[in-house]
Design a binder for this molecule. Structure first.
Ligand code: ARG
Length: 427
């Protein structure tokens, strides 16, 4: 995580104060060395007045017990058939994990309580198979959880549910977490597993809008491992039911939780139902940020020097790229209406946000804007970023004749000898 973007971090602290995050922690994370660090991160969230509910899994513990006792299990994840011996193991494993969490949180001075907040009913008989002690979440005892949260107590929810007769059922922790997040109207549901997020061929998908997540699930869902698919499905459902953001992060990675929550770009995969990134016209109050953004680039002669007044005068030509209201990049688009072309100026992305496709997004935005304004081509003058413009921006090397005539004289007078780059805009 880059601590260079303090403005972004502090913005998130204000935004998330008094909100509720539901954490769904896989049992493989609970048995890992990094678990203690994760608990430290949770105590940081509490110290910032972020409310937390912890839902945890049990499969690793069930498997471990089964190995020790040399007995067979009918299902590990709470989605298949849970026979009586497996339920016994599940209850023992769940209690052990809940205790471990209590113990770890006590160590970091966080008050917590193990709860019976999941009301379940039998999953029943499906396609002729009796799911026995596997349960389905019927409802969540939100009143109970709210009482604890109001007292600053972190509720711990094991992957078991109870019916009105005191019968116990094994439930799937991701499903339980989703139900808890939806019924408590949590701001976030965070799946903490041993995966970095949704990745294909080693490339992580940093974020999906709800529509993108739906498409992904439909087109490529079958290629995901069963546990990631289940998280994506539950996460999508939560986003459709009012949870604004769902995250998938790797609980084996130190500081992943804080990195995801307090940086603009995060470290895992996020599904978002609210606005995340946007390009908008610059406003007067952005001038300071634009000046700060381009200062270093001007010093390195990458950009033409501009005074505050220059930027103010040309403000109507400026656009900014913001992530969660934090301005991280800018671009200027100067129209030459008579010549039916426009100049792309002052493209700059803050160092902390490089290599995320933001420059490319601003170039594409400028192209469609220019096209909508009736331009046939776009040009840019660059002393150092010409490779970038050619390789990533779809520009090719042009000549002086490609510039409008008064721009030609200004070019020659500047003596900067910038490369001239041109991109034709298709009709
Ligand atoms: N920190 C912000 C949040 O928690 C944004 C996280 C972005 N994460 C991502 N994987 N793109 O809402």
């Amino acid at each position: 995580m880059k601590a260079t973007d303090l403005r972004g971090i502090l913005g998130y602290m204000a935004r998330f104060r008094d909100r509720l995050f539901v954490l769904s922690i896989d049992s493989a994370v609970l048995v890992a060395d990094n678990f203690r660090n994760l608990l430290l991160d949770i105590s940081v969230l509490r110290s910032l007045n972020i409310n937390v509910v912890i839902v945890h899994g049990a499969s690793c513990g069930i498997q471990r017990l089964a190995d020790q006792l040399n007995c067979a299990v009918s299902d590990l994840e709470g989605m298949g058939i849970t026979d009586s011996p497996t339920l016994e193991l599940a209850v023992t494993a769940a209690n052990r994990f809940a205790h471990d969490i209590l113990e770890g949180l006590t160590e970091t001075d966080v008050r917590a309580a193990v709860t019976n907040a999941i009301v379940a009913h039998p999953a029943g008989i499906r396609k002729g198979k009796d799911y026995a002690h596997t349960g389905k979440v019927e409802r969540v005892d939100t009143d109970f959880l709210k009482i604890l949260l109001a007292e600053g107590i972190v509720p711990i929810i094991p992957p078991v549910g109870f019916d009105g007769n005191g019968q116990t059922f094994r439930v799937n922790s991701d499903q339980a977490a989703r139900e808890v997040a939806e019924s408590l109207k949590a701001a976030k549901l965070i799946f903490i597993s041993t995966h970095n997020g949704i990745a294909e061929g080693g490339t992580l998908s940093a974020q999906f809008s709800v529509a993108e997540a739906e498409n992904y699930l439909r087109d490529r869902g079958t290629q995901l491992t069963a546990d990631l698919r289940s998280k994506l499905e539950h996460g999508l459902h939560a986003c459709q039911k009012g949870v604004q953001r769902v995250h998938m992060i790797n609980g084996l990675q130190d500081e992943a939780l804080l990195g995801e929550i307090f940086s603009n770009e995060g470290v895992g995969t996020m599904i978002y139902a609210n606005e995340y990134q946007s390009i908008r016209p610059a406003r007067k109050r952005d001038v300071g940020v634009i000046m700060a953004l381009i200062r270093d680039a001007v010093a390195a002669e990458e950009l033409v020097p501009r005074s505050r007044q220059d930027v103010l005068d040309q403000l109507a030509n400026f656009y900014v790229f913001e992530i969660d209201r934090n301005v991280v990049a800018c671009v200027g688009l100067r129209l030459f209406a008579a010549e039916e072309c426009a100049e792309l100026q002052c493209l700059f992305v803050s160092q902390a946000h490089e290599n995320q496709g933001i420059g490319g997004a601003l170039i594409e935005f400028s192209c469609s804007k220019a096209k909508a304004l009736g331009c046939k081509w776009l040009f840019a003058l660059s002393t150092q970023a010409f490779n970038y413009f050619q390789q990533k921006g779809g520009f090719s090397v042009g000549s002086l004749e490609d510039l409008p005539s008064d721009r030609q004289s200004a070019y020659e007078a500047s003596g900067r000898k910038s490369r001239i780059l041109v991109r034709k805009l298709s009709a």
